[in-house]
Ligand binder design. Structure first.
Ligand code: 2HG
Ligand code: ZN
Length: 470
């Protein structure tokens, strides 16, 4: 079938509003969030139902057209930027955005893939429950993308990754088969848990169209604090201290470099309410049991007494808490405004973070004179975004190689929560054994024998990532 014949048939399935072929209108879908990479597609296709997704995939596979599923396009690993010359469509899930049901007592939510994360969270709050997946991009990120990327965020330390919130999935396979598993069961050990295969697969095995998510009770009390600490080792010791004092009430434990907050202050005019220091930590604790604030105050007093913290503030109101979080959540955009950077999304054993920070900074500074550093992230998970602000003309690749080699040497991962996409394919091959890669390749072949689901992402393509800018 000709290209125009194919697009005509797709249009019949999704309707005129569901098909974008105009280059200008396609551009936002085809350009990654950082604006560094642009992909190609015959069209952007925007279905409204699972049946439409299925029909589109059927004719795409019959015509040898690849399919790149996309959510809110907030990912940082180029998972939806397809640059292969062979024909493809970009399947935007944004019109499948309904919250189909929320069960307060069973604590589950049935939601379509294109539902924006924030909208899903608000629907849970409306019945006195929470969906504790919290990302800076939650106002745009969509549930399907969050699942496909197995996104992390700031609440992983208490609530786990996206994977831990999924009870059931509905997916559409490359050949159009709809596999329904939308079961709201807490316990279900029947056979292989196939839905897990699609979580973190970044659209390479099929399209997530809907999910049943696990909700959590909404805690009555929340305490947020920001502290200045003299070193990353002190931040780690402070983590151990609050674990002793506050146990599993800790829902976020974030580490922020002085430079990270300075970037936010420069580009957004926000001001940290405490003394500048080499490092800061942002801690949030939640509980429904009374006495949380008092226990938190005791922990902070111990932190000051032992010299782990030099200055600190405990939010007195929800607004103050939000202001503290705003300092944290603007770091990525501030870095973007500052100029070119090499991003890293690494994890090491939690207790190795201070050693990693020291070694990484020394190694990069040696090879890239003039490099500046923006390290921040989820200390409670051992996951640091060791981002390097690059001097003029310097490629991200050099920094990536240095940091990734160190991380692998320290027994860590070079993709803690952002996925592999097309940015870290080489790193995946370094991190996984031939047996593991073989298993992944076998699963891919089984579910997508023609290789049409998001080709080039995660596993495929011998083509190197060299030359990519960020
Ligand atoms: C965060 O933790 C995100 O804010 C983005 O994972 C990290 O900008 C980054 O590199
Ligand atoms: Zn992060």
């Amino acid at each position: 079938m000709s290209e125009s014949g194919f697009l005509h048939d797709v249009g019949k399935i999704v309707g005129a509003n569901g098909l974008i072929v105009d280059k200008q209108q396609m551009r936002p879908y085809l350009t990654d969030w950082r604006g560094l990479e642009t992909g190609t597609a015959l069209a952007v296709v925007r279905p409204t139902t699972t049946e439409q997704v299925s029909e589109v995939l059927k004719i795409a596979s019959a015509n040898g057209v690849a399919v790149v599923p996309q959510g809110g396009n907030t990912g940082l690993a180029y998972a939806t930027v397809n640059q292969s010359a062979s024909p493809s469509i970009l399947l935007s899930m944004s019109r499948m955005n309904a919250v189909r049901a929320v069960d307060r007592v069973g604590m589950t939510m049935h939601v379509e893939a294109g539902c924006v994360l924030l909208a899903a969270k608000q629907a849970a709050l409306a019945v006195g429950r929470q969906l504790p997946i919290s990302l800076a991009s939650e106002g745009s990120a969509q549930i399907g993308g969050v699942i496909a990327a197995n996104a992390g965020g700031v609440n992983v330390v208490r609530h786990g990754m996206a994977r831990d919130h999924v009870l059931g999935l509905e997916v559409v396979l490359a050949d159009g088969t709809v596999v329904g598993g939308l079961r709201a069961l807490r316990k279900d050990n029947a056979g292989y848990n196939w839905s897990q295969w699609f979580i973190g697969a970044e659209g390479t095995l099929g399209v997530v169209t809907a999910a049943i998510l696990r909700l959590s009770p909404l805690p009555r009390h929340t305490v947020v604090a920001m502290m200045s600490v003299p070193s990353s080792q002190a931040a780690l010791d402070l983590l151990a201290l609050v674990q002793d004092e506050l146990g599993d009430t800790i829902v976020a434990f974030e580490l922020l470099a002085d430079a990270s907050l300075a970037l936010v202050e420069t580009h957004f005019g926000l001001k940290r309410p405490i003394a500048a220091a080499p490092w800061h930590v942002l801690i949030e604790a939640q509980s429904s049991v009374n006495g949380l604030r008092e226990a938190f105050e005791v922990a902070l007093a111990k932190a000051f007494e032992s010299g782990l913290a030099q200055d600190g503030v405990l939010a007195e109101s929800e607004t103050q808490a939000l202001n503290l979080w705003a300092l944290r959540e603007h770091i990525t955009e501030a870095e973007q405004r500052e100029g070119p950077s090499a991003k890293h999304d690494v994890s090491v054993p939690i207790s190795s973070v201070p050693a990693f920070l020291e070694r990484a900074q020394a190694a990069v500074a040696r090879e890239i004179p003039g490099a500046r550093f923006n390290p921040f992230g989820h200390l409670g998970d051992g996951n640091i975004h060791f981002n390097v602000l690059l001097p003029q003309g310097q490629l991200a690749k050099t920094a990536n190689e240095i940091v990734h080699a160190l991380v692998i040497d320290m027994g860590g991962s070079v993709s803690a929560e952002h996925g592999i996409g097309r940015y870290r394919r080489d790193a995946l091959r370094q991190m996984r054994s031939p047996a593991e890669l073989g298993l992944m390749g076998g699963l891919k072949k089984l579910l997508d024998p023609l290789g049409q689901m998001n080709p080039g992402a995660v596993l495929s393509s011998p083509q190197s990532d060299a030359g990519r800018r960020g």
